[in-house]
Design a protein around this ligand. Structure first.
Ligand code: TZP
Ligand code: MG
Length: 219
């Protein structure tokens, strides 16, 4: 799992969600998240229901951003929450409150956004299955959040990324990916550089190849 793609309704309108997701999957995304900030639950449900079968067919976990109970009800493979979205225990209990409608047999994945080395350590200690680490660079996808830079990536990978998958995120593009990898990153989330590409599948394949080429001598 090296490339985590996000279908963000802030970039891709609902009517293009299936096409874009199919391209992300065909290009080699290893994980797929639906992020729909500011959209109502009915919309999220409707879009998720069209994306989940695509992810299943590709063998790629489908993660819902926020909304643990809805994630469980939809049969998502996991849920991603931010620093302000409560504890892992709360998310797990919301997810399990839907246990009667749980469609997936596999234990769900819980991911946490982290913005510092301390937060990354805390997420590991709390028991999250993976983390996002960033934003490395300021990004219009997450307005108002400063970039944390590349300095702590190596330490984060050593301490946290050696235990659970750690995805660097925020302003990462194919053009600066070599720099991010050189700083010690092994896994990344890329949003706008893929969704805004003229050829989403080719852009995803390019990023995936860069990540695999870089990591092949390690794991
Ligand atoms: N969390 C931290 S940065 C970010 C999120 C969701 C957005 C990343 O998007 P992009 O377009 O790859 O900078
Ligand atoms: Mg959130």
């Amino acid at each position: 799992m090296r490339l985590y793609a996000i279908l963000d309704l802030g970039y891709t309108p609902e009517e293009k969600a299936v096409e874009a997701t199919a391209a992300l999957l065909a290009g080699g995304a290893d994980l797929l998240q639906l992020r729909a900030k500011g959209h109502d639950l009915a919309t999220i449900r409707r879009v998720a229901e069209t994306l989940i079968p695509l992810c299943r067919a590709a063998g790629v976990p489908f993660i819902l951003n926020d909304h643990p109970a809805l994630a469980a009800e939809l049969g998502a493979d996991g849920v991603h929450i931010g620093q302000d979205d409560g504890s892992l225990a709360e998310a797990r209990s919301l997810f399990q409150s839907q246990i009667s409608t749980l469609k997936s047999q596999i234990p769900p994945l819980f991911g946490r956004s982290t913005h510092s080395l301390d937060q990354a350590r805390a997420a590991l200690a709390e028991g999250f299955d993976y983390i996002g680490f960033g934003p490395l660079f300021p990004t219009p996808t997450k307005l108002g959040r400063p970039g944390i830079g590349l300095e702590n990536i190596a330490a984060m990978e050593r301490e946290v990324g050696s235990e659970i998958p750690a995805f660097c995120i925020g302003g990462i593009k194919r053009t600066n990916l070599p720099q991010v990898l050189a700083a010690g990153a092994r896994r990344v989330v890329i949003v706008s550089d893929l969704l805004m590409a003229e050829d989403v599948e080719a852009a995803t394949a390019e990023a995936a190849a860069m990540l695999r080429g870089h990591g092949s001598h390690r794991d």
